[in-house]
Design a protein around this ligand. Structure first.
Ligand SMILES: [Zn+2]
Ligand SMILES: [Zn+2]
Length: 176
């Protein structure tokens, strides 16, 4: 089931708990393309449940494949992500706007309209998931700072000239 454009009403009169399962197209999410692309739709499994009064809990998972640019070698790479969601929403306007201090456990999002657009929820979660420094692999060798070649695929000469190892010493000894 395609969930694009779905708006979830947080209305205690219509239900206590509802489950949503389906997909959201990446194009609907307007993510920053330089940070992340989505080659496939995001699989969404969420339960919307009334917690108390005007409070609703949304829990579940997002499964997707993010396409990122490696910060070391600048090549694009894909990674499967399985990201849990657990969020509290409160219908109404934020009372903390009138107070100076806000408690930390008050980690909930206020929705004056009482309606939650599913792509807003998914977009926020994916942005929170973004790797700070995307790296294609822990042992990515990156680009050579001198000639710019990708050291995962080729070996340039710059490396040998700068490296101080036992063999460079040997070479020098033979020459003298
Ligand atoms: Zn890399
Ligand atoms: Zn080089």
């Amino acid at each position: 089931m395609l969930l694009d454009g779905l708006v979830i009403p947080l209305d205690p009169k219509s239900y206590r708990e509802r489950h949503f399962s389906g997909h959201i197209s990446g194009g609907q999410l307007s993510l920053p393309p330089e940070e992340m692309m989505l080659p496939d739709p995001v699989a969404v499994e969420i339960t919307v449940a009334r917690a108390n009064n005007d409070q609703w809990r949304i829990s579940g998972t997002l499964v997707y494949k993010g396409q990122y640019v490696c910060s070391r070698c600048l090549e694009s790479f894909g990674r499967e992500q399985n990201s849990p969601i657990d969020r509290l929403f409160c219908v109404g306007s934020d009372p903390a706007r009138n107070h100076k201090v806000r408690s930390l456990e008050d980690d909930q999002t206020f929705l004056p309209s009482g309606e939650l657009a599913i792509q807003d929820l998914v977009r926020e979660e994916l942005l929170l998931d973004l790797p700070m420094i995307p790296v294609c692999s822990d042992d990515c060798c990156g680009l050579c700072p001198q000639c710019g070649c990708n050291r995962n695929h080729e070996r340039c000469q710059c490396e040998d000239n700068t490296r101080e190892g036992p063999f460079s010493r040997l070479k020098e000894m033979k020459l003298s």
